[in-house]
Design a protein around this ligand. Structure first.
Ligand code: SAM
Length: 404
């Protein structure tokens, strides 16, 4: 792939960027504690909270209003003063913050080396991918002005020239965030693996030549499409330069050619009809609904005739029971994701139809996690022989689809 010789210094720098991160004993202990707290909150405390709702908050609400809570907003009112909800929220919020701060010291220690490795990867592109960032790019306020899910400085912070710090913090912090939940352990790109294998069985003749991932961060849920579509060109866009640089260095080292660029998904520089498949993973809930509509119209423009959209997201209120809707909305109020509840009150397939896709091509589906349930189950699911498992903790993913 290289057309210029590698100098000895570059050969040294052309390393696995992840391997530079070397947390101390105490840092690892702290990170394990944070993972354990998260697991305790999401498993034990969540179960205690649901029991307290059924036993106390729901009957109390009924005594006051003459009826039990009818929707997620009434359930929230019923739970706001409940002690189990307060303890759950306080622990969860602290564990969320610590997921990122517990890796920051270790990243800071090796940041200059990480930047050098990323620069070298960007110059040499040994796997044949590319990364383009733009110093004049202005990230939208809904990302830049909010510490989205408590990442200090949000995704877009940059503290050094050619910075990769937030990319590294997001990468290693996500491992702490998910670490103690066994089904999420070491589970890179399960959403992409799930959608790719689902499409393979559902549409065996569909062979996308170019794939676009919106809000790709470091490409974790873009690279796995190459497992199913090895000849496809994979493009990822994001407004966060640091995450793109870090991800590009990771994938070049792993031999996966991704084309990453700093772009706003609302209006990209790709020509009409350039892509056969447009995807995303946990993207739209962090974006105002008016902007989501704009992005879906841009997706429509970018797709070729017969091209497909497959966006994974949190399930909307209309697809889950009211208590789970209340539970999911926690992030809206306490996790610096102010558009979360508004997004979840929409019906995604209707948004796709409004963006130009024919209504008959717009649908949504819960797909079983490919990593957790295996390839055979995926095939049987597509054949209608097994139902998806209940959504939650990554057992199945909610995906909305459309075709141009
Ligand atoms: C929760 S993260 C997505 C995670 C990622 N898809 C993955 O699987 O690892 C949301 C990402 O969307 C990016 N983002 C937010 N608004 C954007 C926009 N208008 N255009 C492109 N990227 C955007 C953020 O910078 C962030 O990296």
């Amino acid at each position: 792939m290289l057309d210029t010789p590698i100098t000895p210094a570059e050969a040294h720098q052309l390393r696995d960027i992840d391997s530079l991160y070397s947390p101390t004993h105490d840092e690892i202990a702290r990170q394990r504690f944070v993972s354990a707290v998260r697991k305790h909150v999401l498993v034990d405390k969540a179960a205690e909270m649901k029991a307290a709702y059924d036993r106390e908050a729901k009957p109390a609400y009924k005594r006051r209003h003459g009826h039990a809570p009818k929707d997620h907003e009434q359930i929230r009112k019923a739970m706001l003063n409940d002690m189990t909800f307060k303890v759950f929220s306080s622990l969860r919020l602290n564990a969320q913050e610590l997921s990122w701060t517990s890796v920051m010291d270790g990243v800071e220690r090796v940041l200059p080396d990480m930047i050098e490795v990323a620069r070298t990867a960007a110059r040499l592109n040994p796997a044949g991918g590319s990364v383009k960032t733009d110093p004049a790019f202005k990230p939208p306020a809904y990302v830049a002005n909010v510490d989205v899910h408590h990442i200090p400085g949000s995704f877009t912070a940059e503290v050094a020239k050619d910075d990769v710090a937030i990319g590294a913090v997001a990468h290693f912090g996500t491992k702490v965030f998910a670490g103690a939940l066994p089904h999420r352990k070491d589970n890179p790109g399960d959403v992409a693996q799930t959608i790719a294998h689902y499409l393979k069985y559902k549409h065996p003749d569909f062979k996308p030549k170019r794939i676009l991932d919106c809000g790709t961060t470091g490409g974790k849920n873009l690279a796995p499409y190459l497992e199913v579509y090895p000849d496809a060109e994979c493009y990822g866009i994001d407004v966060a330069a640091s995450a793109l640089r870090y991800g590009h260095a990771q994938w070049e080292f792993k031999g996966k050619p991704l084309h990453l660029s700093q772009q706003n998904a609302e209006a990209t520089n790709f020509p009409d009809g350039f892509f056969d498949l447009v995807v995303s993973c946990f993207f739209f809930h962090e974006i105002p609904v008016a902007t989501t509509k704009k992005i879906l119209r841009e997706n429509y423009r970018l797709l070729s005739k017969g091209g497909r959209l497959a966006h994974q997201e949190l399930p909307p209120n209309c697809e889950v029971d009211p208590y789970y809707a209340f539970y999911l909305d926690w992030d809206n109020y306490y996790n610096y994701e102010p558009d979360y509840a508004d997004y979840r009150s929409q019906v995604p397939k209707k948004l796709c139809a409004e963006a130009g896709f024919s209504a008959s091509s717009c649908s949504h589906v819960f797909i079983p996690s490919w990593r957790s349930f295996g390839d055979d189950n995926m095939r049987r699911f597509v054949e209608g022989k097994v139902p998806p498992p209940t959504h939650g903790n990554g057992a199945s993913w909610f995906v909305f689809e459309a075709m141009k």
